[in-house]
Ligand binder design. Structure first.
Ligand code: F6P
Length: 254
């Protein structure tokens, strides 16, 4: 639009696409850190993108977090083309409103489609883990996750996420010592994009992303600049990044 041209957002999107080496970058105006409603705009942009990219039946794997919760709020029945929403990974310590299970239920409700739940406790012994993995229900959800045509996920600042998840003192120490700056799917990344820590749980693994036809990462706010840059070094090339001006300006600073 003319507005986007005047404010230079179109140019910023193009520049960031080149710098980050991803399929597409979509920038909404504002800074989530300063204006909380910008998160809803991120949600709206994601809903629009889903509407454009998806046809017919689709399995959509979703992570947790407040940004994904904002995406859920913006979905409407028009976006639905017969979806099944599944949590991308087992429990990774979020409060109930930020859990992928809750968000998937909301997304299904708002698009008049289906969802599945994945209840896996955060800290389990390896025996319990083996038993859980044999559950037919868990197996079925895992196979849905692996065949997802779309993955929707958030990105967070590493320390913020480690603290929000009430990570054990040892793991927190490990994450700090390794200079982790970013987090996505329970993987923690340093500035070079190397995985320095991983939350042990079932579900989507980083390598699985390559097999999803569509991957949308949604994250905004200037405080997430470093995190986004770090994660994007690992991100599959087909990733669409939906962000805001606050984060985009940090990313362009290089
Ligand atoms: O814990 C799930 C998760 O998607 C993380 O992988 C990510 O770092 C975080 O939530 C993002 O949360 P928010 O959108 O609230 O910043």
């Amino acid at each position: 639009s003319v507005m986007r041209e005047i404010t230079g957002i179109d140019k910023m999107e193009e520049q960031l696409q080149n710098i980050l080496g991803v399929e597409k970058v979509i920038i909404v105006s504002g800074n989530t850190d300063v204006s909380p409603w910008v998160k809803s705009e991120l949600g709206r942009a994601c809903a629009m993108r889903m509407n454009q990219s998806l046809q017919g039946e689709n399995i959509i794997a979703v992570t947790g977090g407040s940004t994904m919760a904002a995406v859920a709020e913006m979905l409407t029945p028009e976006v639905s083309k017969d979806f099944v929403f599944v949590p991308a990974r087992g429990g990774i310590g979020e409060d109930v409103q930020n859990q992928a299970n809750t968000i998937c239920a909301k997304m299904a409700e708002r698009t008049h489609s289906k969802h599945r739940v994945l209840y896996v406790p955060d800290q389990v012994s390896s025996e319990t883990y083996q038993t859980i993995m044999k559950e037919p229900h868990i197996k079925e959800v895992l196979s849905l996750i692996k065949s997802a045509s779309m993955v929707l996920h958030g990105i967070g600042d590493a320390i913020t996420m480690a603290e929000r998840r009430k990570t054990s003192r040892e793991d927190l120490y490990k994450i700090q010592q390794a200079d982790a700056v970013g987090e996505a799917f329970g993987y923690y990344f340093n500035e070079s994009g190397e995985v320095v820590h991983k939350v042990h749980t079932i579900g989507l693994q980083l390598d699985d992303l390559e097999h999803a036809e569509h991957v949308i990462a949604v994250a905004g706010g200037s405080s997430k600049g470093k995190a986004i840059r770090a994660y994007m070094k690992q991100a599959p090339k087909n990733t669409v990044l939906i962000t805001d001006e606050g984060a985009a300006l940090q990313l362009l600073k290089g």
